[in-house]
Design a binder for this molecule. Structure first.
Ligand code: PAF
Length: 279
């Protein structure tokens, strides 16, 4: 199928109406662009689960704090559209800010509890912005399935919660994190790493695996996490959090249990890196 690019609601709806007329099921892959192989794996998974894949590309101002990287977030729409075409997406929806948030727009979707901790603690308002735009994208496209990377694990939990709470009839699928050969989780923000920092960055994933092994061996959770943070700081990371959490509620766990999630956020130079693994 020929790739269509829609920049506004009208063209989006026209193409979706055509998919519906042809009886095609739809997978949505919401993105902020600067697409990489991780996004390609979401699109490929979407193709397995539905007849056509819609990729939204929108750098959502509502999920960036005042001192964050909204202005410098990498933008490369031409290359992104090419990637979606190569991987076999059917529709790119790349709206302008006022298409999604026109004059007078006043609604925020906010999820209590789940968004207070981890990334929510250092990025106040971030998950309100994510939840608001994802709700709008889901309601505009009404997909059968929507796919999100597990790299943003807290985001995935937030989106599962909102879909359940708001009775949005879409299946949310989490797709495992894609990693570079050295273990670094693929992320558009890796572009902020200097060549020197890029050599250090994979040590974040290595540390997660070391911590996981110590937890599985029965060591005291608080001691292992404290030690893990110290080791990361020695390597040059400024650790925001390193936590063992319940995999659904993200409540912190004082004792190891199988299937728990180990999550980390740390700054390395100008890049804020996040990663997580199941333990
Ligand atoms: O993960 C992202 O790229 C964004 O947070 C999302 C889900 C596209 C919402 O803007």
């Amino acid at each position: 199928m020929q790739l269509t690019v829609a920049h506004d609601m009208e063209n989006l709806q026209a193409t979706l109406a055509e998919f519906a007329r042809l009886g095609l099921s739809v997978a949505l892959v919401p993105t902020m662009g600067a697409l990489h192989d991780g996004h390609a794996s979401l699109i490929r998974k979407g193709k397995e689960l539905a007849d056509v894949v819609v990729v939204s590309i929108f750098v959502n101002p509502k999920q960036f704090g005042a001192n964050e990287d909204f202005d410098k977030y990498p933008k490369m729409l031409g290359a992104d559209v090419n990637l979606v075409g190569e991987v076999g997406g059917a529709l790119v929806y790349a709206p302008q800010v006022d298409d999604l948030y026109p004059e007078g727009y006043a609604t925020t979707v906010s999820i209590a509890g789940l968004t207070d901790r981890l990334c929510g603690a250092s990025r106040p308002g971030h998950f309100d912005g994510v939840a608001t735009v994802v709700t709008k994208l889901l309601l505009r496209t009404l997909p059968h399935v929507a796919l999100f990377g597990e790299k943003d694990y807290q985001q995935l939990c937030v989106i599962r919660r909102l879909v359940e709470d708001l009775d949005i009839g879409v299946e949310i699928v989490g797709v495992p994190t894609l990693r570079a050969a050295d273990g670094l989780a693929l992320s558009s923000r890796n572009a902020y790493l200097t060549p020197q920092e890029r050599l250090v960055a994979p040590k974040l994933f290595a540390a997660l695996n070391q911590v996981a092994a110590l937890l599985q061996a029965g060591n005291l959770v608080s001691a292992v996490l404290e030690r893990g943070k110290i080791e990361l700081e020695k390597l040059g990371f400024a650790v925001e959090y390193l936590e063992l959490c319940d995999s659904d509620s993200l409540a912190p766990l004082a004792e190891y249990e199988a299937g728990a999630r180990l999550l980390v956020a740390a700054k390395l130079g100008g890049a804020r890196l996040i990663d997580n693994i199941e333990v």
